[in-house]
Ligand binder design. Structure first.
Ligand SMILES: CC(C)(COP(=O)(O)OP(=O)(O)OC[C@H]1O[C@@H](n2cnc3c(N)ncnc32)[C@H](O)[C@@H]1OP(=O)(O)O)[C@@H](O)C(=O)NCCC(=O)NCCS
Length: 147
């Protein structure tokens, strides 16, 4: 099930984050974003309502940026990442967002597949943007949400 993240989910999201993303968002980062109207945070929850994944977007005027996406390692490859990004795009469109951007490591094939499958296309690159390992960032953009 995809639903909005709640403050009670923040610790579990941060625990997943520490396993999959460096540098990770902390519990305080999620709580801070949950308190701001410019952020939208969705969670994937299992049958016990425990968070297994999340997607965070920050909004400004009619643009948004997806700034954090993650799925618990044991639950990856089952469609959760795809469902989170699709649900996020639906909700952003309902809020009047027209363009969505994100940055992704050039070798993160799973993430690129999720974004491409949801209509994102490469819009540019930032050379050597990431470290450990050194990699370019691919900037991806989705325009005209809902079309
Ligand atoms: C990226 C991530 C969120 C994807 O979530 P997921 O639940 O595993 O993704 P899904 O199961 O929805 O798979 C989506 C697509 O990616 C493909 N995919 C999954 N793992 C893959 C891999 N290792 N290599 C290539 N493609 C892969 C799937 O086949 C699927 O393709 P399809 O829609 O054409 O069938 C997840 O792998 C993750 O949390 N990674 C670590 C954190 C991260 O990299 N976040 C993104 C930062 S920009």
């Amino acid at each position: 099930m995809i639903r909005e993240m709640r403050p009670a989910d923040a610790a579990r999201a941060a625990a997943i984050e520490r396993r999959i993303i460096c540098p990770p968002w902390s519990e305080a980062d999620y709580l801070d974003a949950l308190g701001k109207p410019t952020y939208l945070i969705l969670a994937a929850a299992d049958e016990d309502d425990l968070v297994t994944g999340y997607c965070v977007a920050s909004m400004a005027a009619d643009e948004a940026e997806i700034v954090d996406v993650g799925v618990e390692p044991e639950k990856q490859g089952c469609g959760t990442g795809n469902a989170l990004v699709a649900a996020m795009l639906d909700r952003l469109r309902d809020r009047g967002i027209r363009e969505v951007f994100l940055e992704v490591r050039e070798h993160n094939l799973a993430a690129i597949r999720v974004y491409s499958g949801n209509g994102f296309a490469e819009a540019g690159r930032r050379k050597g943007f990431y470290h450990d390992p050194d990699e370019d960032a691919i900037i991806m953009k989705k325009e005209e949400l809902g079309c």
